[in-house]
Design a protein around this ligand. Structure first.
Ligand SMILES: *[C@@H]1O[C@H](CO)[C@@H](O)[C@H](O)[C@H]1NC(C)=O
Ligand SMILES: *[C@@H]1O[C@H](CO)[C@@H](O)[C@H](O)[C@H]1NC(C)=O
Length: 346
């Protein structure tokens, strides 16, 4: 009897406590806003819709430059989902349930600089993403993109997007995708992937690479298979991040044979550098022309302003002269008159 009472009491307590917990969760959820808010930051208009439990992007002001829609329940990006927001520069769609992206979902977003699609369930990526003319940062972390088909992106080459950051961490990749030349790429995150090989040629097409994150991606690979790529990183001053460097401070590693590729990699690297310099020089010349054009326009405006001021000054002067003459005329007449008078007297 006593035991039964105790059990009942415990059950009652459990029910009550779990009930209490639920209440607070509901309260927390209830306290969250359910609509997007607008904000003006960094001289840009942004719509903030993060963590609103939304399964659709609501109708927003069309001039927004930032859209934060992370941590919602979006599943599909159709051709018209973002079609009215062509000024977007920063688009955050991480932590949704996106599994389907239309080939044209981003095609109107020619100003898009940062695209965060991390932690969705994307299996296939539209190729048009890699041709966006302003895209510099692309986050694909935590998607099974290359799980099915590593060569699904073979047709995106050559990539036109000026990517300087590519995050492919935690994408379940066994091999790295071949994306062709990426001359602007500086930060490459391929950590937390079960890679089975790491070929040097994969990195020779990234001639401005500063840092590559390989944490938890190469620890199961044979030591000697890594030697030539790690040597390449050293040679090209690429910082590589791994969880444990001690494996590479061994005599075993130092004695690994390094295959001679006959300068192919250097040729690829220099081709990449040449491409980079070309893009830079186009940028510089565009900037120069903009400066010259801007200077000329400024000069012209100044000149026209000066002409106008001079004109106004002349008009004013002519007016005062005319007025002076008007005022002066009777006095001169007086003078003449008095002179005449004097003459007459004389
Ligand atoms: C690479 O991505 C992981 C998450 O997947 C992150 O923890 C890490 O900080 C990133 N590395 C760099 C260098 O940003
Ligand atoms: C490639 O270039 C590096 C210098 O950047 C040089 O040390 C190396 O010997 C070159 N390799 C070949 C095969 O030409």
């Amino acid at each position: 009897m006593n035991r039964l009472c105790k059990t009942l009491l415990t059950v009652a307590l459990l029910v009550w406590s779990s009930h209490g917990k639920e209440m607070t969760e509901i309260e927390v959820l209830g306290a969250q806003p359910t609509h997007c808010t607008y904000e003006y930051a960094y001289e840009m208009y942004g719509a903030h819709c993060a963590s609103r439990r939304l399964s659709k992007i609501p109708k927003l002001k069309s001039g927004i430059e930032i859209l934060d829609f992370s941590d919602n329940k979006l599943q599909e990006l159709n051709a018209d989902t973002l079609a009215s927001y062509t000024s977007i520069k920063f688009l955050y769609l991480a932590d949704n349930h996106i599994y389907l992206i239309d080939e044209d979902a981003f095609s109107g977003l020619t100003d898009l600089q940062t695209l965060d699609l991390a932690n969705n369930v994307i299996l296939e990526l539209p190729r048009s993403i890699f041709q966006l003319p302003s895209l510099r940062k692309l986050y694909l972390r935590g998607n099974p993109i290359f799980y099915k088909n590593i060569n699904s992106l073979d047709q995106v080459k050559p990539i036109k997007a000026p990517l300087d950051l590519l995050d492919l961490s935690d994408c379940k990749m066994k091999e790295l995708p071949n994306l062709g030349y990426l001359p602007q790429l500086q930060f490459y995150n391929i950590s937390h992937n079960p890679l089975t090989s790491l070929s040097t040629s994969h990195f020779a097409v990234m001639c401005n690479l500063v840092k590559v994150d390989l944490t938890d991606s190469i620890s199961t690979m044979k030591l000697c298979s890594l030697r030539s790529t790690l040597l390449w990183f050293q040679q090209k001053k690429v910082f590589f991040q791994i969880e444990d460097y001690s494996r590479f401070n061994t005599r075993e590693f130092a004695n690994c044979p390094v295959p001679d590729d006959g300068g192919n990699l250097n040729a690829t690297y220099h081709h990449c550098k040449a491409e980079y310099l070309q893009v830079q020089s186009i940028k510089t010349s565009r900037r120069t022309w903009l400066t010259i054009g801007g200077g000329l326009a400024g000069f012209l405006v100044g000149f026209i302003l000066l002409l106008w001021v001079m004109h106004r000054h002349n008009v004013a002067q002519t007016k005062t002269k005319a007025e002076k003459i008007k005022q002066a005329t009777p006095r001169d007449a007086d003078k003449n008159a008095s002179a005449n008078l004097l003459n007459d007297v004389a």
